[in-house]
Design a protein around this ligand. Structure first.
Ligand SMILES: NC(=O)c1ccc[n+]([C@@H]2O[C@H](COP(=O)([O-])OP(=O)(O)OC[C@H]3O[C@@H](n4cnc5c(N)ncnc54)[C@H](OP(=O)(O)O)[C@@H]3O)[C@@H](O)[C@H]2O)c1
Length: 330
């Protein structure tokens, strides 16, 4: 049927992982109802974990990572998709143990596939990608818990990262007063351009871990980092406020005590964008393409090729990511 270009991570005999662009055969793709010619993918932190051999993400190598893909249907045995349909796939097992979007072709179950939302191009969909979907789910959960635009600041941690930068842009566009936490003070102008009204140095959020409770400050928060920062965010939420917890770049563990919960009635809301029902993903994509459509997507994206991905993977692993990385699969 033909070959295609793909990024591939291999494990060498000494247990090291190497990633490079290779030619693969379409026949080598897993079984599935829909074969898709991928035009765009995007880089998420989880892809970097897969490409560095993290067994919690990918068990078997060689493997093509890429948890996001947008492209056109090349073949379909599912009645709901026809050749030429433009589609978007994020999460489920794509790029984890199923060959992912860092290849020009993927083959997946129809149950993972969404038709491109009318208000977004395939490129827009991948500028957003899993990061955008996750940021939207965080904002949606916060609003369901009662958050409304107002003057009190909403905190976004890991603000220059993929999820963080879109959360900043989305909250700001919805009229929230966004305080952006970053370990990259040199990126203050970037965050301000996305709509942040206040820049908070990461070190300020790392202080006070030993204290049982902190001064009430935040009307809500999107936390993309976890660890001690999440503990401090919980302790500094205003009465009745919520934090949406979606990430782990600062650590998977975090301390807790009951005081913020029983003295201030705060809420810790978990957010998963990977395994939620397709219908929930589709409704978030519709929101992102209509009432939550972001005008400034180009301000937060860097476009790269497959060949440039290994370097970008190193950068995101080192916590140096700024905004989103769009991968063009020519
Ligand atoms: N729950 C879900 O379904 C879901 C979906 C997508 C992503 N995620 C998770 O969300 C997190 C963010 O993903 P992403 O793709 O946006 O990654 P990313 O682009 O690398 O963003 C992470 C940001 O976190 C900050 N950071 C990095 N290392 C840190 C450290 N040691 N301590 C504190 N902050 C640190 C950095 O921002 P600053 O320099 O600005 O602080 C970095 O840019 C990841 O943990 C990812 O696995 C979860």
């Amino acid at each position: 049927m033909g070959s295609f270009k793909a990024l591939q991570t291999r494990e060498s005999a000494d247990g090291k992982f190497e990633t490079s662009v290779v030619d693969r055969e379409i026949e080598s793709l897993p079984a599935g109802e829909v074969l898709i010619r991928v035009h765009f993918s995007s880089l998420n932190y989880k892809d970097a974990l897969s490409a560095s051999g993290n067994r919690g993400v990918t068990r078997a190598f060689p493997h093509t990572p890429g948890i996001d893909a947008a492209g056109t249907v090349a073949e379909s045995s599912a009645p709901e998709f026809a050749e030429g349909d433009e589609v978007v796939i994020t999460g489920y097992d794509l790029g984890m143990n199923t060959s992912g979007g860092f290849g020009q072709y993927i083959r997946v179950p129809a149950a993972w596939v969404i038709k491109r939302p009318a208000g977004l191009t395939l490129r827009d969909a991948m500028v957003l990608g899993t990061a955008g979907l996750t940021a939207a789910l965080c904002v949606d959960k916060l609003e369901q818990a009662g958050l409304e635009p107002g003057d009190d600041p909403i905190l976004v941690t890991g603000a220059t990262g993929g999820v963080g930068s879109i959360a900043v842009a989305l909250l700001a566009s919805l009229g929230y007063n966004v305080a952006a936490v970053t370990g990259k003070p040199d990126q203050a102008a970037f965050l301000t351009s996305l709509g942040a009204r206040q820049i908070v140095e990461r070190s300020a959020l790392q202080a006070g871990v030993e204290k049982p409770i902190l001064r009430e400050q935040w009307a809500g928060a999107v936390d993309t980092v976890g660890g001690d920062i999440l503990f401090n965010v919980v302790k500094s939420l205003k009465r009745g406020a919520s934090v949406a917890c979606c990430g782990l770049t600062a650590g998977t563990g975090f301390q807790a005590n009951v005081l913020p919960f029983i003295l201030r009635g705060v809420n810790l809301l978990g957010v998963d964008s990977v395994e939620i029902p397709l219908i929930t993903k589709a409704s978030m994509w519709d929101k992102l393409s209509l009432q939550w459509k972001l005008a400034n997507l180009d301000a937060l994206v860097q476009e790269i090729t497959l060949q440039e991905l290994p370097q970008a993977i190193e950068r995101i692993l080192a916590g140096k990511q700024v905004g989103r990385v769009l991968v063009r699969l020519d």
